[in-house]
Write a protein that binds this ligand. Sequence first.
Ligand code: MG
Length: 243
Amino acid sequence: MAEAVGYDDTPFLPDSKWRVHDGNRPQPRLVTPGASDAAPPSDASVQFDGTDLSMWTGRDGEAQWKVENGYMEVTRTGDIETRDHFGDCQVHLEWAAPSEVKGNSQGRGNSGVFLMGLYEIQVLDGYDNRTYADGITASIYGEYPPLVNACRKPGEWQTYDIIFEAPSWDEEGHLVKAAYLTVIHNGVVVHHRQKAIGPTGHRNVANYDTPHAPTGPLKLQDHGDLVRYRNVWIRPLTNYDEA
Ligand code: MG
């Protein structure tokens, strides 16, 4: 029996069965963090550890991207997506645009990270590369530019840490909750719980008119540019309300 902690004579917290400093309130679940903040913690679902694409599917079944030296690279064989599906989640991944700069605007180092396969955080070589603001690196594509441009130079590894809240609809198909995205690019906050207008589109205004499943895959875009990814892991975010 653990030694008693806290108080049992303090006022109740608002809308809660727990008192301030309640000694009986359940302890947080234990997670062993990674050796660095980029390494997967103990409860992460590792989707790519640098060795193979067994966790992914591609256009014709197996994912056909190249795997070498601990990273995967676009091979112009189509988008790939995780076999596992996720709703609310935390995503960590690292990517690099080609070190040889080719093309401009949307034609330079273009790829993308699609939450639920539907909500794109743009991947682009946005270093000294002018394009439309809602399509620059780390934009919520076609909706919101990042708060700042925190791009590293082409060829350098960059990080995305994403916190995604899935949308939901009621039984009549009315939106109950929109999707929300928080994105940290190379350690810099670029979206702070931004409400998405809807699933990503191109040259149209997104909307939530068509309900979709409560979970979906993480999809990486093959836009024809030889973008690399490594160290992809996801933590499903469960309901933290104590029973
Ligand atoms: Mg893209």
